[in-house]
Design a protein around this ligand. Structure first.
Ligand code: NAD
Length: 250
């Protein structure tokens, strides 16, 4: 995958940060997009310090002008982006009767509008190059999860989006897949523990008891799967949702 240029959204921390480092280790130039500018600059510095090529940009994936400008900047500074990992995400959990319409809209905008805008901008380069890989971060919550009507709808929506793009873009050498993680130890799950007023350690222990491999996931578990899905050799895998949850989830 040397010479390939990848964009990872939500790359300032957690799963996105691990995916960015892993794709760089695989030999790709990596552009890190996030609202958190310092986080992506630090991540890009780490890649450059290791001898790689990287760029950290402050981008709101739900903002069309920002997305288009940032993707064009990547093409100019690193080369045509042909690998895209749509990872940026937020939680606004609440039971339906307490969920505000703005919490609904925020979650839809980051996950669905964000993945749409990013994929639309990047496919122009992928179809021209005759090669592309898109990986969308879904979730086991797509199957339903109490308190997550907005998030589960967005994550299920991303699965339909994935399958449709796989059908539309396949003939251009572009594969599109989704990863649906189970419990991964990141700031996102830490925030959930805080909201539930239990310690992160206890939250992790409780979650691990229900997982067949008897542990929670780490960002590197998802990075490994993303590395496979974007690899040259995975060109016949498309339109799939890979549950990475330490056991069967669907
Ligand atoms: N952690 C889990 O257990 C888990 C499970 C299933 C799916 N996921 C999904 O994996 C992805 C990464 O999750 P994580 O646990 O690393 O979360 P995280 O909260 O640690 O990181 C998410 C990143 O996305 C960024 N982001 C949010 N809104 C953005 C926007 N509008 N534009 C650009 N960047 C934005 C945040 O600043 C943050 O750096 C998310 O899509 C999440 O829904 C996580």
């Amino acid at each position: 995958m040397a010479d390939r240029v990848a964009i990872v959204t939500g790359a300032a921390r957690g799963i996105g940060a691990a995916v960015a480092q892993r794709l760089a280790a695989d030999g790709m130039a990596v552009a890190l997009f996030d609202l958190d500018e310092q986080g992506v600059l630090d991540g890009a510095d780490k890649i450059v310090a290791g001898g790689g090529r990287a760029l950290g940009l402050k981008v709101d994936v739900a903002d069309e002008d920002q997305v288009n400008a940032a993707v064009a900047q990547v093409a100019e500074q690193l080369g045509a982006p042909t690998v895209l990992v749509n990872n940026a995400g937020v939680l606004r959990d609440n039971l339906l009767f307490k969920m505000s319409s703005s919490d609904w809209d925020t979650v839809m905008n980051v996950h669905l509008r964000g993945a749409f805008l990013m994929s639309k901008a990047v496919q122009a380069y992928q179809t021209k190059e005759g090669f592309g890989r898109i990986v969308n971060l879904s979730s086991t919550s797509a199957l339903g999860n109490r308190g997550q009507a907005n998030y589960s709808a967005a994550k299920a929506g991303l699965q339909g989006f994935t399958k449709t793009l796989a059908i539309e873009l396949g003939k251009f050498g572009v594969t599109v897949n989704a990863i649906a993680p189970g419990f991964i130890a990141t700031e996102m799950t830490k925030a959930t523990a805080e909201r539930m007023k239990i310690s992160f350690d206890d939250f992790i222990k409780g979650a691990a008891q229900a997982i067949p491999v008897a542990r929670v996931g780490q960002p590197e578990d998802i990075a490994h799967t993303a590395s496979f899905l974007v690899s040259e050799g995975a060109g016949f895998v498309s339109g799939q949702v890979v549950y990475v949850a330490g056991g069967p989830k669907d």
